[in-house]
Design a protein around this ligand. Structure first.
Ligand code: ADP
Ligand code: MG
Length: 621
């Protein structure tokens, strides 16, 4: 071979950096390099298949689409050949000389920002082609593009800072990669090893992977098989190879339909929300095939946005292949599919909730927030989503979750509305003065304690004919016994004295509360805040504003005073003997009430006043 056409090039700086990390890596799972090379070959085959839908002028248009492997255990090499799109000289320089778009860029970014060790996260990112240098001392790429007049090129590198390019004579379309293993990686130049790795990482590649003259992968698309042919383990393996998640999915949906659209789909609910960050699926979206051809890698058009945590494959023959990807997205087929998939995913989750509450609880913990987001943003699917909601509540055990339907089923006959309380946490909800009456009567109250809940409540007003009511604005019916208790409390604090207390509250809190009134039923709390009828509308918004910190001003409420509470009953005397202290007490009661409503802008500000009060209390002793 003549050497005069060999030219040497430098890798881009970030590639040099990556190669350095890989060459010195102690990462033990080096076999993933093969997964990366096979996945590139499979991508290249997908692309040529897609190209051929609209382009007649493709080199070797009749050649079989496949991947061929060959091991030479004497030379310590592995050869991987595909009949995919191939690369032109310029594409080679871009794709294997820079970090064009691979997971490698994310990997480097993560290394810089998180100060993590490369070895810990290489596997999570799928650093792409360059990972071959964990196992190779030299790599050769010989490639010819599908474009009939492109020249064929040979790329060689030892994984240091440079590579060479030369024009060669490869007559057929596609790419051949020859990996010369380094001393630590000779184990890979063995037949059984290669077969194992393919089974483990690349079994579901949709093109045949030939090794020793036979295809060693499954090939038949799992989503086209009948579900009775498939064991759980095979589903889980497919899921793992699709996403690179380590854990198995929480649930799956395997769907075959002929009407209203033809479709085979296999969708999964992952185990964790976070794992997607490092997953092979770098973005949300489903893989779309038509007649075995990959049309889109990440389609976000087939499920509503709030189901973006779902991974999987959708294969429909009804997509017309002669049109562009954009047109696919806007077609009526798309609408029908989206409808169908949305309904079936919703139903799958509904059934999971009914049949496997423990799994559902796991799902809810990870993805409940997406469902709530859907309820607040997507009117068209709300009815189905509302059934998926779960809440903690005042009458269930701490971890237990209750659905709106269960709540309604448990309601006593005279209860018409669904009660909820908004608070910052479950303990805060538990201790809220608004709960006094409901606890006493053993009435169930749903706890809305997520940041997302106030958003959701702005668009969730009723369920199955029952209004959702915040306990701070529920009209309370007292029993005869409670009325007697109240009368007794009033007797201890006659009207004229109580009026003095009210007047004092009014003057201290002037401008900060809308009004001061008498609480109808409070047991353990001296005061509580309620929203006036008009303000009730904006109440959830107040909490949202506080969460988002948008020009937050403490909203004005009505403060209700518990005439039966000892603190209130002591007030008339305190007002006459120590007005300053009385005012301080009122300030503190107001702050406590704000705090328990989740409305206090800065609780730490209360501390100096609390010392004053403690000082006064200790003086009395
Ligand atoms: P990624 O696959 O995430 O894009 P890689 O580092 O694995 O990143 O590959 C970089 C690029 O090199 C690919 O995007 C592709 O354009 C090109 N490439 C790699 N292998 C092949 C191949 N066998 N055939 C054609 N192009 C390839
Ligand atoms: Mg790749």
């Amino acid at each position: 071979m003549s050497t005069d056409n060999i030219k040497s090039y430098e890798f881009k700086a970030e590639v040099q950096q990556l190669l350095h990390i890989l060459a010195h890596s102690l990462y033990t799972d080096r076999e993933i390099f093969l997964r990366e090379l096979i996945s590139n070959a499979s991508d290249a085959l997908n692309r040529i298949q897609f190209e051929m839908l609209t382009n007649d002028n493709v080199l070797d248009s009749d050649t079989e689409l496949g991947i061929w492997l060959e091991v030479d255990d004497e030379a310590n090499t592995l050869t991987i050949r595909d009949t995919g799109v191939g690369m032109t000289r310029d594409e080679l320089i871009l794709n294997l000389g820079t970090i064009a778009k691979s997971g490698a860029a994310d990997f480097l970014k993560r290394l810089q920002t998180e100060k993590e060790k490369g070895d810990d996260i290489i596997g999570q990112f799928g650093v792409g082609f360059y990972s071959v240098f964990m196992a190779a001392k030299e790599v050769e790429v010989i490639t010819r593009s599908y474009q009939p007049d492109a020249e064929s090129v040979r790329w060689v590198s030892t994984g240091t800072n440079t590579y060479t390019l030369e024009t060669v004579d490869k007559t057929d379309r596609g790419t051949t990669i020859i990996v010369k293993f380094n001393d630590e990686s000779k184990e890979f130049a063995a037949d059984y090893r290669i077969e194992n790795i393919i089974k483990k990482h690349s079994d579901f590649v949709t093109y045949p992977i030939y090794f020793k003259d036979k295809a060693i992968n499954q090939q038949k698309a799992i989503w086209r098989k009948s579900s009775s042919e498939i064991e759980d383990e095979e589903y889980n393996n497919f899921y793992k190879q699709l996403t690179l998640d380590f854990e198995q999915p929480i649930d799956r949906l395997h769907l075959h339909a002929d009407a209203p659209v033809q479709v085979n789909a296999l969708l999964f609910v992952p185990n964790k929300r976070e794992s997607n960050l490092f997953s092979l699926r770098k973005e949300p979206g489903l893989k779309i095939y038509s007649r075995n051809i990959l049309i889109e890698e990440y389609s976000t058009n087939l499920l509503p946005n709030h189901f973006r945590f779902i991974h999987g494959v959708v294969d429909s023959e009804d997509f017309s292949l002669s049109v562009s990807r954009e047109a696919v997205q806007n077609s009526r087929v798309n609408d029908k599919l989206k409808n169908l998939l949305t309904k079936r995913v919703t139903r799958m989750l509904d059934e999971l909730g009914k049949e496997k509450p423990e799994d559902y609880a796991k799902f809810w913990k990870e993805f409940g927030v997406f469902i709530k987001e859907g309820v607040s943003t997507d009117v068209s699917t709300r009815d189905g989503l509302v059934k998926l909601l779960r809440f903690h509540s005042s009458t269930t055990e701490a971890e237990a979750l209750v659905s709106l339907q269960e709540y309604v089923d448990n309601m006593s006959e005279k209860q018409e509305d669904i009660y909820y309380i908004t608070a910052d946490s479950i303990p805060a909800a538990n201790n809220s003065p608004h709960m006094d009456y409901f606890k006493k009567h053993d009435m169930q109250v749903l706890y809305m304690v997520d940041a997302m809940d106030p958003f959701m409540l702005t668009s969730l007003h009723e369920f199955s004919g029952h209004a959702l009511k915040n306990v701070d604005s529920v009209e309370i019916d007292l029993t005869e016994e409670e009325k007697a208790e109240e009368a007794e409390a009033k007797a201890k604090l006659p009207d004229d004295k109580f009026a003095e207390v009210i007047t004092r509250f009014k003057s201290v809190l002037e401008g900060r509360v809308e009004n001061v009134g008498e609480a109808k039923y409070l047991k353990d709390s001296p005061v509580r805040l309620v929203a006036s009828e008009e303000a009730a509308q904006g109440k959830e918004m107040d909490r949202i504003r506080r969460i988002l910190d948008q020009d937050y001003e403490v909203p004005k409420r009505i403060i209700e005073i518990n005439r039966g509470h000892p603190i209130i009953q002591n007030m008339p005397e305190l007002i006459t003997t120590n007005l300053v202290l009385a005012n301080t007490v009122i300030e503190q009661l107001f702050d406590n009430a704000l705090l328990s409503e989740g409305l206090h802008p800065n609780p730490a500000e209360m501390i100096p006043r609390m010392y004053e009060l403690i000082e006064a209390a200790t003086k009395q002793m």
